[in-house]
Design a protein around this ligand. Structure first.
Ligand SMILES: *[C@@H]1O[C@H](CO)[C@@H](O)[C@H](O)[C@H]1NC(C)=O
Ligand SMILES: *[C@@H]1O[C@H](CO)[C@@H](O)[C@H](O)[C@H]1NC(C)=O
Ligand SMILES: *[C@@H]1O[C@H](CO)[C@@H](O)[C@H](O)[C@H]1NC(C)=O
Ligand SMILES: *[C@@H]1O[C@H](CO)[C@@H](O)[C@H](O)[C@H]1NC(C)=O
Length: 729
């Protein structure tokens, strides 16, 4: 197992790094030995949660003394250990995504896993590959990395590798088609086989390839069958992708005893349905096995998968137990597990920031004589950073969304906290208005050299409604009439800078219409180090290097997807986000992959290898046929920092399939790198294309096919700023 963090800013990390020394064959052999010692009652115990709030964690499996199996703890969530005190609250998945930095993704995963382990958590419920984010208003999009499957897959793989190297079992969720919160318990995702493979399954395939130990089946239906009972979808994991771990239900997503067992679900959580004390497994499963409605071998398979995953990450020896803290007692009394993880949190809160607009060098700030800070989003919620349960409000600065994907802040550095420290050093005169009232904002800003207006837009899980938003966002406008706040400030201040904390895209047209809005800083969902990361960028100690993990449109309708009350036919097929904007020739406001820097970069020396004609192996391993992951071509490009300050660039490789492939997006992300370069320095990025990266899913043969003909190779600074092109054949 890896014992230390990768260097934080190393740029040479392979995009798909290996997760320690996990070995399924050894884990399975240990699991089979243990299985032989278990009674049917033991086996049923191992697959059935103890019931809601019946143990310290959000999910608990009772101990089995016969084999020294401890009480198993499953705990949320994807950005920190939920409910526990003294944990690190990392930037959300979407901000890890906007760093495009695989080292930081890995470091975040490793730190998350280390904290879980130290608290005795065996299974940490993350990362999130679904929702993928096809609907911009989708309430939980911020928990995942990007609505591009390749970027999401890289986020999944690196996060899982980090988490599992630290010793915790990761849980890839929510599988699959849970793209919105509205009616999530009844809606059917009626997507086609090709869209499933090329979009929604892709991040889960990367998770399986990274040896993820568990996958969570989702609340919704797929073609009218519950996700946790959809043999078709669960077989995709276990057969097509050769997934060796176990499938756990989302909390209460199980609906039948035999149906879920026979479809391939392996663990029922929380056991009952949120405390109703009705267990669909437990003794009901014992009866189903004795009456042969569920075979004994299926039960053995469930148990073997759970045991193998436990062995895979080494939890059978010296693993801590949950001591002193519980989800139900305010999370107090556990160890302080934060270590130095705030360094990773700050690096992501900084490097995930995307600079969208910067007229006339408005940024970085250089000791301005006077500065106004405006907006409720500049300060911590007056009721405290954790003042609203599960972040059930949008009071004060937005540093995480709401729902089960939350954690308790150990502290929160709000933007104004960090700015105050900086203005004190600089001798800048500071005026503030920390409400969203336009007239007060204008009063604070009217005599300042520069004004910074803070806006946000929040969303979360559907069991909570905030300001009329029932999980999904009602619209893509800034909350609290943010457009009016900006207009009032920009009317009196010629150097107005807008900082946005948002769960996803916003329509910025009204804000950009004012010539006095000279800069727009997209500050993501940044976690506890929010203000520190922001000040690093605003004052230029680091040049911004984040890139948008989704498109920002000029109008909501431009996305072509929306929350729907009825079943979702997925009529857009493959054409979501930039694939759709390209197909329909719609000009976005800021395209997928876009982000400015304080320096500039030139691209040159595009080098493209020949495409390998060797046949791929059809042998199976986690991730599917081994040959799908062979490197079949490489592309390299030289990047030069031709500006005057150091910075990091994210060269992005997009591939256009030859016309012999059936209707396919014009370009799809298939590689990226992050290069830190001193002023004047050059570096080379090499992209390794795997067979799957150059394939489409052929629905007739039900297999990945490399189309014949020439592939377009496009490398650039965004999906619409292609700098060098060539052909691969
Ligand atoms: C996954 O496990 C296999 C062995 O079962 C191992 O060969 C492979 O390197 C692992 N992959 C990663 C990414 O850890
Ligand atoms: C907190 O937010 C709620 C709405 O979610 C609002 O009603 C309340 O007034 C806010 N409290 C403060 C102190 O801003
Ligand atoms: C840097 O390179 C870019 C892209 O080639 C070019 O547009 C820009 O003019 C160059 N800047 C300088 C200072 O040479
Ligand atoms: C061009 O790229 C190759 C790698 O593909 C690299 O070895 C070489 O140094 C680059 N040339 C320049 C002038 O940067």
């Amino acid at each position: 197992m890896r014992v230390s963090l990768l260097p934080l800013l190393a740029s040479a990390t392979p995009i798909f790094a290996a997760a320690g020394d996990g070995d399924w064959a050894t884990a399975y052999s240990k699991a089979k030995t243990a299985l032989a010692k278990l009674s049917t009652a033991n086996k049923v115990t191992m697959v059935t949660g103890m019931g809601w709030e019946k143990g310290p964690c959000v999910g608990n499996i009772a101990a089995i003394a016969a084999i020294g199996f401890p009480e198993l703890c499953l705990q949320d969530g994807p950005l920190g250990v939920r409910y526990a005190q003294q944990v690190t609250v990392f930037p959300a998945g979407i901000m890890a995504g906007s760093t495009w930095d695989t080292s930081l993704m890995y470091a975040r995963g490793y730190a998350l896993g280390s904290e879980s382990k130290a608290l005795g958590v065996h299974v940490q419920l993350g990362p999130v590959g679904g929702p993928l984010g096809k609907i911009p208003e989708g309430g939980r999009n911020w928990e995942g990395f990007s609505n591009d499957p390749y970027l999401s897959g890289v986020g999944m793989a690196n996060t899982i590798n980090g988490m599992q190297a630290a010793g915790v079992q990761a849980c890839a969720k929510h599988y699959i088609g849970n793209e919105q919160e509205l009616n999530r318990n009844t809606q059917s995702a009626n997507f086609d086989d090709r869209s499933i493979h090329e979009l929604y399954l892709w991040p889960f395939a990367e998770a399986v390839k990274a040896n993820v130990s568990s996958v969570m089946c989702s609340y919704n239906k797929i073609h009218s069958t519950w996700s946790c009972e959809s043999e078709t979808m669960l077989d995709l994991l276990k057969e097509e992708l050769d997934f060796q771990g176990y499938i756990v239900s989302d909390w209460g997503a199980q609906h039948t005893t035999a149906g879920s067992a026979n479809a391939g679900m392996d663990m029922a959580m929380p056991g009952d349905n949120f405390g109703d004390n009705k267990f669909l497994w437990g003794s009901a499963l014992t009866s189903a096995v004795s009456s042969n409605q569920v075979s004994a071998s299926r039960l053995d398979d469930m148990v073997t998968r759970i045991l193998a995953s436990w062995y895979l990450v080494g939890q059978d020896s010296g693993y801590p137990t949950v001591k002193g803290w519980s989800s139900w007692n305010g999370g107090k009394g556990g160890p302080n597990v934060q270590g130095d993880h705030k360094t990773v949190a700050r690096a992501i809160a900084r490097d995930g920031i995307v600079l969208l607009k910067n007229e006339g060098g408005a940024l970085p700030l250089n000791k301005p004589a006077s500065l106004a800070v405006v907006g409720y989003d500049a300060v911590t919620n007056p009721q405290g950073a954790n003042g609203c349960v599960d972040r059930k409000c949008d009071n004060g600065t937005l540093a995480m969304g709401w729902g089960s994907g939350t954690a308790e802040f150990p502290y929160l550095i709000a933007p104004l906290d960090a700015i105050k420290a900086q203005v004190t050093k600089d001798g800048t005169t500071l005026t503030t208005s920390t409400s969203d009232t336009p007239s007060a904002g204008a009063a604070a800003a009217s005599s300042a050299a520069t004004a910074i207006v803070f806006l946000n837009s929040d969303s979360g899980e559907g069991y909570i409604t905030v300001e009329g938003n029932a999980g999904d966002r009602n619209n893509l406008d800034p909350w609290h009439h943010g457009n009016d706040l900006v207009a009032a400030v920009a009317a009196v201040n010629k150097k107005t800078i807008v900082v946005v904390h948002s769960v996803g895209p916003l329509i910025l047209e009204s804000i950009l219409a004012s010539p006095n809005v000279v800069a727009v800083v997209w500050a993501g969902i940044p976690g506890q180090e929010s203000g520190n990361g922001l000040v690093d960028i605003l004052y230029g100690s680091t040049s911004p290097s984040g890139k948008l993990p989704y498109t920002i449109a000029k109008a909501t309708a431009d996305y072509g997807t929306a929350v729907s009350a009825s079943d979702d036919p997925y009529t857009e097929g493959l054409f979501i986000d930039y694939r759709h904007f390209d197909q329909k020739a719609i000009a976005p406001r800021y395209e997928f992959g876009f982000g400015l820097s304080y320096t500039t970069f030139s691209y040159s020396n595009l080098t493209i290898s020949a495409l390998s004609t060797a046949a791929g192996s059809t042998a199976m391993a986690p991730g599917g046929q081994v040959g799908l992951y062979d490197i079949v071509a490489t592309v390299s490009v030289t990047i030069t920092n031709n500006g005057t300050v150091a910075g990091a660039e994210v060269p992005q490789l997009y591939i256009g399939l030859p016309s012999s492939a059936p209707s396919t997006p014009a370009k799809q992300l298939r590689g990226f790198d992050k290069l830190s370069l001193a002023a004047g320095a050059s570096g080379t990025s090499t992209f390794k294309l795997r067979r799957k990266d150059l394939s489409y899913w052929d629905t007739t043969s039900k297999s990945w096919k490399v189309p014949t003909g020439a592939f377009s190779v496009m490398v650039g600074a965004s999906s619409r700023d292609i700098r060098v092109t060539g052909t691969l054949q």
